[in-house]
Design a protein around this ligand. Structure first.
Ligand code: MN3
Length: 207
């Protein structure tokens, strides 16, 4: 992800709003990107506005080092910074194009098969209570993990670098499939941008 800093801006969707149909509708993407994600960007900027000492820190630095953030805005930076980070990864790691999965061999080695990986990812997504994400991540040694995070938490404080995530807040799917979160997860699997995931994996490993 780009090393941006304050003031953060709303990254445009990397595809048209209707590009992910019928899996994710244009209405859902308009609300999700233009309202939900944009609100996190605005709220993060508002929280940081009066703190020039934080204006050079990247998004990752802000959410990985809560101790660097004054206590009075720590919760706002955690929630809104996490919201910006998670949504940018969510949108960027989807594509309308069918892509080649260059992670397949690594996933087969560490999860036995793509089907087993999918099953574990789906279980993490479906069993997360309330809002959050199921995240596919790596540690600096290349050990792949699937973890759940609540609300706008990220796996960065666990020492994990997220490669891919599925947003399971209801706003991500309610207009399209109402309460059927498992159906949404099945649709999301068809949208994974594997070249993007592979590039992230390479950049997440110990240099
Ligand atoms: Mn969302």
């Amino acid at each position: 992800m780009k090393q941006k800093h304050y003031p953060f801006s709303v990254a445009p969707l990397p595809y048209d709003y209707d590009a992910l149909e019928p899996n994710i509708s244009s209405d859902t993407l308009h609300f999700h990107h233009d309202k939900h994600y944009a609100t996190y960007v605005n709220n993060l900027n508002n929280a940081l506005e009066q703190y020039p000492e934080l204006h050079e820190l990247s998004l990752e630095e802000l959410i990985s080092n809560p101790g660097a953030v004054p206590p009075e805005i720590r919760t706002a930076v955690h929630n809104n910074g996490g919201g910006v980070y998670n949504h940018e990864l969510y949108f960027e790691a989807m594509t309308p194009k069918e892509t080649e999965n260059e992670m397949q061999n690594l996933i087969n080695e560490q999860f036995d098969s793509m089907d087993a990986w999918k099953e574990e990812m789906k279980k993490a997504a479906v069993s997360q209570f309330g809002s959050g994400y199921a995240v596919f991540a790596t540690d600096p040694d290349g050990n792949l993990k699937i973890v759940q995070v609540a609300n706008q938490d990220t796996p960065l404080p666990m020492g994990l670098c997220p490669l891919l995530l599925v947003d399971i807040w209801e706003h991500a799917y309610y207009l399209d499939v109402q309460n059927r979160r498992p159906d949404y997860v099945d649709k999301w699997f068809q949208l994974i941008n594997w070249p993007y995931v592979t590039n992230r994996y390479k950049s997440c490993l110990k240099k």
